[in-house]
Design a protein around this ligand. Sequence first.
Ligand code: NAD
Ligand code: GLY
Length: 394
Amino acid sequence: MRTVTVALGSRSYPILIGEGALSKLGRQCTSAALGKRCAVITDTHVGPLFGSSALESLRKSGFDPVQITVPAGEKSKSLDVVSKCYDLMAAHRLERTAFVVALGGGVVGDLAGFVAATYLRGIAFVQVPTTLLAQVDSSVGGKVGVNLKAGKNLVGAFHQPRLVLCDLRTLSTLPDREFRAGLAEVIKYGVIFDAAFFEKLESNLPSLLRKSPKLLAEVVARCCEIKAEVVGQDETETGLRAILNFGHTIGHAIEAVFRYGAYLHGEAISIGQVAAAMLSSRMSTFPAADVERVRRLFEHVGLPTQITLGDSQWKKLEAAMRLDKKVSGGAVKFVLSERLGAASWGHPVPWDRVRAVLCETHGPSRPDPSGKQRLTKLFNSQAIRPQSSRTRRP
Ligand code: NAD
Ligand code: GLY
């Protein structure tokens, strides 16, 4: 089992990564000195797959868990579902010494973390992420929250987990489309922080798409290391942490325009990251050739890299972007990359420039739920080679 530490002084915590880690949940909760009673919050897809293993492991170590199952999907990230969780926890008489286990993807993690941050003015929680996206990103760093009709993640808190347990085996039941969507956050770390990691992804993509256990463990661990490093330096996003939002301003707006339905988060930020790379090339020093490398990597994963919108959707996209938390004084602030492996934040970008890059056409534009697009590409290419010579390290 690999361990990555998020160093936050007295609130530091380990991220444990390995095959079969779920069976060690109880033992690890004991090591984290958590109270005896807990609520395992999960969803209708993950509960039947892993709920009993989680509960069994907890019981074996002497814990007294209750399971709360919410409907799978982004719509569960709502104040309505939060309120139902509070009611159930109160009905089970969970007290301040109790803790919450978030067993599921980013939706469950954000929701259950927010419940833990606010129930009885805050109780402890543990993240057991079961999607790639949640293992490499959302379970680490303590951002928890829910959506409002007006936009994504508009209500939330910073509440760090006491432990993150990534069982790589849980990824074997993850639908292929969800796995590929998670790769959008993986690629992001290469673009914003680690050029050598980006190159590794280019060279090893077919093995990664086949979920090679060794490679998967390395990739998840490297992403967690980068996230831990960034969060350790800037827990509450007063500066550096903003780089993790590369491609997210546009991505979140796309999700809102399509009412969190047509595009998965990873698909929306794939379009957002390609657009952000194009903006970086036009407004900063990001080489045009590397924009193509970024685009190609997303395309080879089978993720969408552009979008076609009607007039009213463009208006909605602009409005949604202006609601983003990164807006101040009316200007939408972007994360841009100067070169592969480096990024900076707080760049005001006029809406016309955003629209211009999104309007450029350069290939297939829709999410590909069937996976056919990816498979065709995979069979046509053994590995994706960078066109330029070795990239610089950050
Ligand atoms: P998700 O939680 O909706 O999970 C995707 C789907 O896969 C769901 O249907 C789920 O039930 C199912 N599933 C999960 N694990 C499974 C498994 N092992 N086997 C089979 N099915 C499984 O989506 P996600 O992509 O994990 O997370 C997206 C959410 O994460 C968004 O709400 C996004 O805003 C949030 N997010 C938060 C942060 C953060 O820092 N807090 C960062 C990135 C994204
Ligand atoms: N996913 C962005 C962050 O955690 O800051």
